[in-house]
Design a protein around this ligand. Structure first.
Ligand code: FAD
Length: 401
């Protein structure tokens, strides 16, 4: 059986390994358009490659995917994060788990993962053709032909693992075969808030902030980070992932409401402020902060509420307390644009999951053609989830059922 794999990235290499493991009589060739393999693995996780996430609950793992969570929830019963970590360790790669379950090679170098994947594929006899851009797939009565610039190659089975395309036109050749395409939109970005005085506080982070996109139900909480262009941090990145399509349609211009310390509801915050105005009567507002946010942010929010931070709590009055509670729990910003999150970004959209069999990754339009990795309309939040989707879909596709 001759098997062709389009794309020499994470999904392409992992598929090639499992095709050889599952079908020892197969002849496997990876066709890569550039002169480099595994180039995204190299730059991933700031050069350290966050290979997966150690989340112990498979349901929670699946919830990290704004698109594709149902397919992956089932897929994780066949190959999940624990399976991948075990696989890497069996291949001699030592791993470590950092905060939020982010898993990295102990070497802190993505080269370790590149060496592991490419070395294993080589050992299994997988062929790699670089500078071989696939331009067209031609299904025929006895196999599938791949067309490149000067050459055609015929295969019995094909797996397309060519990654996400930022533009819909990049997917025309797959649409022409009868696949439904979900228009691409970037995911995992930070919010630009140009000109707002908050950016003077760049570098400050909060522990538990809830951010809501105005006029929508989109809302996430977690740590937030103030940057020199706006806001970042887990709460923002999660919002950008779950709201990828909606925010794309708004051309990245929208209002947000920020609840800075969301461990306390608005009523509880109000109570805390009232209590402080009673028990800390003589203390200046600047010098006593009853909520858990950095001091400089606290001072900024007092100022934004139109209050004098030198005043004692006892002189704040009901009106002042209401104003401060409102700024703490319902602070508003106008987002105007996005900035790519350099550690990790992905494309939402691609081959619609309606066009494939979710158990085998086989195309419903072209028998013998399979998909794996980011080309599918599957993407996760930041933290190793995107690679895990590549490993799981590659494993499923490589069964060639
Ligand atoms: C800067 C950055 C950092 C990241 N960090 C992380 C991280 O730490 N953890 C994580 O989980 N995710 C991370 N991601 C996301 C992750 O890299 C991707 O989800 C993952 O690489 C997808 O794998 P893939 O094999 O499907 O696609 P890709 O890695 O994009 O590989 C596709 C390959 O196919 C080739 N190709 C494309 N079209 C053709 C064609 N027509 N013919 C032949 N070859 C073709 C491409 O050249 C490429 O080599 C990061 C992404 C970026 C951009």
């Amino acid at each position: 059986m001759k098997v062709g794999i389009v794309g020499g990235g994470a999904a392409g290499f992992f598929t090639s390994i499992w095709v050889r493991e599952n079908h020892p009589n197969s002849q496997v060739t990876i066709l890569e358009k550039s002169n480099k393999i595994l180039s995204k693995v190299r730059i991933s996780g700031g050069g350290r490659c966050n290979v997966t996430n150690a989340e112990p609950s498979l349901s929670a793992l699946a919830r990290a995917y704004p698109r594709g969570s149902k397919l992956l929830k089932k897929g994780f019963h066949e190959f999940n994060n624990r399976d991948f970590m075990r696989w890497l360790e069996n291949e001699g790669v030592e791993l470590k788990t950092e905060t939020h379950g982010h898993v990295f090679p102990k070497s802190n170098s993505s080269q370790t993962i590149i060496d592991c994947l490419s070395g294993k594929a080589e050992k299994l006899g997988v062929g790699v053709r670089k500078n071989w851009p696939v331009l067209e797939i031609k299904p025929g009565p006895s196999g599938l032909t791949l067309r490149s610039k000067n050459e055609d190659l015929k295969f019995d089975k094909l797996i397309v693992a060519c990654g996400g395309s930022p533009k819909k036109q990049g997917l025309d050749w797959l649409e022409a075969l009868g696949h439904k395409i979900i228009p691409p939109a970037p995911s995992l970005f930070t919010f630009n808030i140009p000109g707002d005085p908050i950016i003077a506080l760049q570098g400050l982070s909060t522990k538990n902030t809830r951010i809501r996109i105005q006029s929508s139900k989109l809302m996430y909480e977690g740590p937030a980070l103030i940057t020199h262009w706006g806001m970042s941090g887990p709460a923002v990145l999660k919002l950008s992932a779950f709201g990828a399509r909606y925010l794309h349609d708004l051309d990245y211009r929208f209002g947000i409401q920020v609840h800075w310390d969301s461990q306390f509801s608005q009523e509880e915050t109000l109570d805390l402020l009232l209590e402080s105005s009673d028990s800390k009567r003589m203390k200046s507002i600047a010098n006593f902060n009853p909520v858990d946010i950095p001091k400089r942010l606290w001072l900024h929010l007092i100022d934004k509420s139109g209050l004098d931070s030198r005043k004692p709590w006892g002189e704040l009055g009901k009106k002042g307390i209401n104003k401060l509670a409102n700024t703490l729990c319902n602070d508003r910003y106008q987002v105007q644009g996005k900035t790519t999150f350099k550690e990790e970004f992905v494309t939402a959209g691609g081959i619609s999951l309606e066009s494939i069999d979710p158990r085998t990754m086989e195309s419903l339009a072209v028998p013998g053609l399979y998909f794996a990795g980011e080309i599918l309309d599957i993407d996760g939040i930041t933290g190793g989830y995107n690679f895990q989707a590549a490993w799981t879909t590659a494993f499923l596709a490589a069964k060639l059922l």
